[in-house]
Design a protein around this ligand. Structure first.
Ligand code: XMP
Length: 526
């Protein structure tokens, strides 16, 4: 389980703001709880379920949330909190499994059920309950549980019930323990945000004091304090994260920042030129460009296996980057766009909430490079990075850019990567993105691109037979890129893009559209 996560270092923000700690018992929604609280202006961090009561006290939280979890509280290896936490006098919100833990702790009864209740449920609540204060009595909530509380502990009053679950919420104000069987963090729960707000304002006496403006100012102060008058190296790709990091560093340190952009030969069409122009021009960054196209393509010669391509691109990137770093005097720091989900998921022992995502190293550079790391996005979720970008005045066209994988077009060219195949794909991809933009669909989908398949098919053009390459178009809609729906683009748009690709890109005579969701597919084809 997440044993070591309690030992994750605390954010410096936690000294300056009221903080709520979320104990992670393994729910896939734990991160969502954190995002919701921050949206409500209260800073929070996720910690391991077994954080000690002493560690909790040391953080001086105004409240604790026990997350849901996949197990039953009476199972052998069911994760338990340090029971002394209940006696600290810090208000607790128990969600689902968290509610069952509290029920068990205080002498209530929790029972299993053969059927798992999953999905929307109608509840009736008592407006006298702290959590439901001021809310409609009839509400729709999102349930996802097997076990349920069948007898509340002494001192608890039942504050909501549904047809299936007579004790859908309960609370004991004198102990400061509030419990709900359903998930307030999920958007399908009508008043989820209000319920969390009630817990914060009435249960914890929170005074919301956290915003992206405060994060920006504190991040700038922290960077200055860490780096002093020394110099920082920063890899930029034109993607949202690295752009936000670079601009933040520039605001904090000015010309002590050395930004490096590496053209690895598998970027989108004209990306190297346009990204560089805008980073240097519009955003005013001091960026050194390295043209390493030849070097990458030589190393990729003859390679078919996707993971091998990833390894080669990662290795060559580090070599190029290291060589560039040597050219600069007195660099001691390396800036990275590590995000909060990466921090949580790379905790030494992963919890069940983390293993759902077995993810890629998103352009990370190894610590063996010998630099001290500056990671100003370490406590932010992806959408918060976008917000920070807006705070920094970065234009919307950067903020709204689709993600682009570190190994670039190499994992969108199935089979061997050659200069000719890169050019084919770049041209087809550019047409697709152009069509998406002009039809107003670029911002409506989360990620869109073309993929060059390793097959040829027969066609007819003019009077002649052709035997050329096939391109697949892919567009997906997703909130977190862990699951995704294929985008239902209009037929006219697809037809137009396909027509243009076949006519304008010699070497491609067939276009198909990928209608696989994730899961079972992945977003990329490799
Ligand atoms: P998949 O294909 O795993 O992609 O569904 C999920 C998201 O991750 C991106 N992706 C990568 N990003 N290095 C990266 O930096 C990689 O090797 C990599 N592979 C996939 C993908 O574009 C999508 O946004």
């Amino acid at each position: 389980m997440v044993e070591n996560m309690g030992r994750l270092e605390a954010s410096p923000s936690s000294n300056q703001h009221q903080i709520v700690l979320i104990l992670d018992f393994g729910s896939q929604y734990t991160q969502l709880i954190a995002r919701r609280l921050r949206e409500l202006g209260v800073y929070c961090e996720i910690v391991a379920h077994d954080i000690s009561a002493d560690d909790v006290l040391a953080r001086e939280p105004i409240g604790l949330i026990f997350s849901g979890g996949p197990q039953g509280v009476y199972e052998d290896r069911a994760p338990q909190p340090d029971s002394r936490i209940y006696g600290l006098g810090v208000p607790i919100l128990g969600v689902c499994y968290g509610m069952q833990l509290a029920a068990k702790q205080f002498g209530g009864k929790v029972e299993g059920s053969d059927t798992r209740e999953y999905g929307r449920a109608a509840i009736r609540c008592q407006q006298t309950g702290v959590l439901f204060d001021g809310l409609d009595q009839s509400q729709t909530v999102w349930m996802s549980h097997g076990d349920r509380v069948t007898n509340p502990p002494d001192g608890f009053v039942v504050t909501a019930s549904s047809a299936e679950v007579p004790i859908a919420a309960m609370e004991d104000r004198s102990r400061g323990v509030f419990c709900i069987q359903f998930h307030p963090e999920v958007s399908h729960t009508d008043y989820g945000k209000e319920i969390l707000r009630n817990f914060l304002s009435q249960g914890c006496r929170a005074e919301p004091d956290w915003s992206m403006t405060s994060y920006r100012n504190e991040a700038i102060d922290r960077i200055r304090a860490q780096v002093g008058d020394r110099r920082v190296l920063c890899a930029v790709s034109g993607g949202v994260d690295s752009t936000v990091v670079a601009v933040l560093l520039e605001r904090a340190l000015g010309d002590q920042v050395v930004a490096v952009f590496v053209d690895n030969g598998v970027l989108r069409k004209e990306e190297a030129t346009t990204v560089l122009e805008s980073l240097q021009g519009e955003l005013g960054l001091n960026v050194a460009a390295v043209d390493a196209r030849q070097r990458f393509l030589e190393q990729l010669e003859g390679i078919q296996d996707p993971e091998e391509k990833r390894r080669i691109i990662g290795r060559v990137f580090i070599e190029v980057f290291q060589e560039q770093a040597k050219k600069e005097e007195g660099l001691q720091f390396l800036a990275q766009g590590t995000l909060y989900p990466d921090v949580i998921e790379s905790a030494p022992v992963k919890g069940p909430s983390a293993v759902i995502k077995t993810h890629h190293n998103v352009g990370g550079l190894p610590e063996e490079l010998g630099f001290e790391l500056v990671e100003p996005l370490r406590w932010l979720f992806k959408d918060e990075v976008r917000q920070l970008g807006r705070e920094l005045g970065i234009p919307e066209e950067y903020i709204g850019r689709h993600p682009f994988p570190g190994p670039g077009l190499a994992v969108r060219i199935l089979g061997e990567v050659t200069a000719e195949r890169v050019a084919l794909l770049q041209n087809a991809d550019a047409v697709f993105l152009e069509e998406l933009r002009s039809a107003g669909y670029y911002d409506k989908v989360s990620q869109a691109f073309a993929v060059l398949l390793p097959v040829k098919s027969v066609g007819v053009m003019g009077d002649g037979r052709t035997y050329e390459n096939v391109v697949a178009l892919r567009a997906v809609s997703t909130e977190d890129f862990m699951t995704a729906d294929w985008s239902h683009l209009p037929y006219e748009l697809l037809g137009h893009a396909a027509n243009r690709i076949v006519n304008e890109v010699p070497g491609i005579n067939r276009v198909v559209y990928d209608i696989t969701s994730k899961p079972p597919g992945t977003i990329e084809w490799e």
